[in-house]
Design a protein around this ligand. Structure first.
Ligand SMILES: [Zn+2]
Length: 144
């Protein structure tokens, strides 16, 4: 499946979640961020970087932005990075294409609550990229 198609599906999922994706020249070192009603991607990223950055920012959007009680920012970053690796390994994206096929090792250093969120977010986003928005939304409803 083409990387461009993964990007289009993840963007469609983001829009369905209320945060359409826009592209801006962000400060150096920043690939993306969640703003109030958008996910902002840095212009000029490679296709792989766009997918991994979307996975990272979508994790914040679907798992962290409305969390109650709030999740500590450092924990949020660990989780978003784990989801990024997971999605990268599943979709065979550099630099994660060679990760061990045992995806559970990706969450080895995380707390139990994080493992649950990371698995759910990663599976939701892989569904969105591979099978489209409706597959991802049905999984998202399961969590509630
Ligand atoms: Zn982040």
């Amino acid at each position: 499946m083409s990387l461009q198609l993964y990007i289009e599906r993840l963007e469609e999922f983001s829009a369905k979640c209320g945060a359409p994706v826009i592209r801006n020249p962000l400060a150096s070192g920043i690939f993306g961020r969640v703003e109030e009603r958008h996910i902002v991607l840095r212009t000029g990223l490679s296709l792989e970087q766009q997918i991994l950055t979307l996975a990272h920012e979508l994790t914040h959007l679907i798992a962290h932005c409305n969390a109650n009680p709030r999740i500590h920012r450092t924990v949020c970053e660990y989780e978003a990075e784990a989801v990024e690796r997971w999605v990268g390994a599943e979709l065979k994206l550099a630099p994660f294409a060679e990760e061990a096929p045992d995806l559970s090792s990706i969450t080895d250093d995380l707390l139990a609550g994080s493992v649950v969120r990371v698995r759910w977010a990663a599976c939701t986003l892989v569904d969105a990229a591979r099978d489209g928005v409706s597959a991802a939304l049905s999984r998202e409803r399961l969590q509630a």
